[in-house]
Design a binder for this molecule. Sequence first.
Ligand code: ADP
Length: 493
Amino acid sequence: MALFQTIETPLVTYEQPLGLFINNDFVKGVDGKTFETINPHNEKPIVAVHEGTAKDVDLAVTAARKALEGEWKHTTPSKRGHLLLRLADLLERDINTVAAIEALDNGKGVTEAKGDVTSSAGCLRYYGGWADKIFGQTIDTDSNSFTYTQHEPVGVCGQIIPWNFPLLMFAWKIGPAVATGNTVVLKTAEQTPLSALYVATLIKEAGFPPGVINIISGFGRTAGAAIATHMDIDKVAFTGSTLVGRQILRDAANSNLKKVTLELGGKSPNIVLPDANLEDAVTWVNQGIFFNHGQCCCAGSRILVHESIYDEFLALFKKRAQQNNVGNPFNPETFQGPQVSQVQYDRIMEYITDGKRSGAKVITGGDRHGNEGYYIQPTIFADVNENMAIVKEEIFGPVCTVQKFRDEKEAIIMANETNYGLAAGIHTTNINAAIRVSKAIKAGTIWVNNYNTLHYQMPFGGFKESGLGRELGSYALENYTEVKTVRVQLSQS
Ligand code: ADP
């Protein structure tokens, strides 16, 4: 099979790389396997890409190790930063192409996809700016010694990303890793391999030395597991399900105790207090659950509303959800496209069926949208209880539940009634209530009077079973550096 193919989209026609990206070259997999990626809008294959397995991961790790100990080691921090800035410029130059790939492969609306490109470029620039501003400390313990710390790259980093934000997750991962002088073997999700492969051409064009960033298309159980268990990978960063996150942690422990950061699932509460501005709260609650078709680990899927405003809120929220533009990702007006795959579609529809069966009331939605593609109507359930699967489990689709609470204390108890702790929202005009409730909620990000407003300057990650460590902001740099302490005994003459 070829290594490139011309692809036509409603927005652009472009050359899609199909190979694995190792040592700045596109190559076939050692086993000669390929797999198809599906267009979720029409359920038809877009193209087949070369599949990486453990042998290809080995080759990529060898390339990454060689780069780490060779040219990359001697690349100055400023130059590393410059390369990231250049990559960001190239991404923005090709924004239409990259956004079209995301719309085609993932199904997200092209306008949202352009937002992902801009935000990815911003993230790369942010970490590009950090590259030459990373330093240790001098520590004065006593007059007979001189002690300092040095922040060194961890080494070869394995990075495993999901399909919900294929490009953005790629940027979140490579940005801090490369800025701090590491090299990378990144596996994309099998549902969405295309955008990262296109960006690989930009990585080469930007001038990154061979082996610094390697990209493997492949499956979790083969290529992903090969990364997690690899004896020559120093760190693994994973974003995906809690189930797989546990496996990665076990694999790391059972192999070489590589460092692990995990960004996992969630079942985040979005709380509307009685004094909230209702119009604004409805806008953010709608954005909180239906943005990216509900395929966000931080989705505000449990909506908790004070009993005094419950009926009014629910009526407004229903109306707003029904106005969400569901349809073809290539329509610039589309807010919600199809779910990413048949598997995800089936899983979400099962939750909807289960919710109906267990007695929850469908306020709106509850069915597929149209008759082709993995489209699901924005769905709101009410009259639920805490034992229902739709209230307890992460659905990862455009489905939410609305529950009533009597007072702030009860809202906090309900909000924390989950093994997850990724995010939460609070809607109120009372600053004291906002801060009080923020303090009481066990979650990594609290959005007050907004939701899902991620930003590369803000750390992101989970309490409890939502993860380990933080991505983004300066906090992410800590994941990618080892601290070395040097203590020098001074001679007395
Ligand atoms: P989802 O269920 O939403 O697809 P996953 O957690 O299964 O989420 O997938 C996220 C990423 O993890 C994907 O790149 C996938 O290929 C990878 N993955 C899945 N299983 C494993 C595994 N056992 N080891 C390593 N990576 C895996």
